[in-house]
Design a protein around this ligand. Structure first.
Ligand SMILES: C[S@@+](CC[C@H](N)C(=O)[O-])C[C@H]1O[C@@H](n2cnc3c(N)ncnc32)[C@H](O)[C@@H]1O
Length: 239
């Protein structure tokens, strides 16, 4: 297992590249994005160029309807207890979905039901115990929305918490207990990358932003896994 740390800006800017590289390296052809909703990650050009079969699954038909019609879409709750879909995907991935499911165990178990033997799962999600996400989890929405408006510039008034409530269940960086949970479900943890920083929250407050940047640099050098802000995890479906 490879465990690495980097800056959260890299997590956001490199996700599509990381995913495309993983698809090409693993020669995956049958790809599924869960929680892709209105914005599937892979473009139709990449899909056609590499002869991929690409399915987007989302709980919300309203979100799926917003994605271009030439994507293959399925409406399903990936964390359902009575999950009935089955599949043989070579690679399943999610971006900013895992924090929205109430039951992380059911979610990752259901993903396994859709994976071929030795198939890969890649998830990109925010992690506890980064300060803003702890606040988002614990403080009532009315207060977090006001706080965000004070700290951030240009944030829309509606916010996103109401639309997609976040629970952060099973959303941790590369800590031993989280790795064990994946292993207990029958996955091999191939890569776990923890990302530090949530500087976008402090754009309006340079003093805090500077302290935050220094702290991030030090955390990347001397990592404390419980303090990551985001993570990528690559899981392999064991035989
Ligand atoms: C924050 S949005 C992220 C959308 C997209 N991946 C992105 O990064 O722009 C979360 C998405 O996950 C979907 N979602 C939430 N819970 C889900 C579940 N249990 N099963 C499947 N999709 C779910 C929502 O409908 C929404 O489209």
């Amino acid at each position: 297992m490879e465990i690495k740390y980097d800056h959260s800006e890299v997590a956001w800017s490199e996700f599509r590249i990381f995913l495309e590289r993983l698809i090409l390296q693993s020669k995956a052809k049958r790809i599924c994005e869960v929680g892709g909703g209105a914005n599937p990650v892979l473009g139709l050009d990449f899909i056609l160029e590499n002869d991929l079969q690409y399915t987007v699954i989302d709980i919300s038909s309203e979100e799926l309807d917003k994605a271009p019609s030439n994507y293959h879409k399925i409406q399903a709750d990936m964390a359902a207890e009575d999950f009935s879909l089955s599949g043989e995907f070579d690679l399943i991935f999610s971006k900013m979905l895992a924090e929205h499911v109430k039951d992380g165990k059911a979610f990752h178990k259901n993903i396994r039901k859709l994976l071929a033997i030795n198939g890969l799962a890649l998830h990109f999600f925010p992690t506890l115990f980064a300060l803003p996400f702890v606040a988002n989890r614990l403080i009532p929405e009315i207060i977090t929305t006001k706080l965000l408006r004070i700290l951030q510039s240009g944030r829309s008034k509606s916010g996103r918490k109401g639309k997609f409530p976040a629970y952060y269940h099973w959303c941790r960086g590369p800590i031993q207990s989280q790795i064990k949970k994946f292993e207990n479900l029958g996955y091999v943890v191939d890569k776990y990358i923890g990302f530090y920083g949530h500087g976008e929250y402090y754009r309006k407050v340079p003093f805090i932003k500077n302290m935050h940047d220094v702290l991030c640099k030090n955390l990347i050098k001397y990592p404390i896994p419980v303090l990551t802000s985001f993570a990528y995890v690559v899981l392999k479906n064991k035989q």
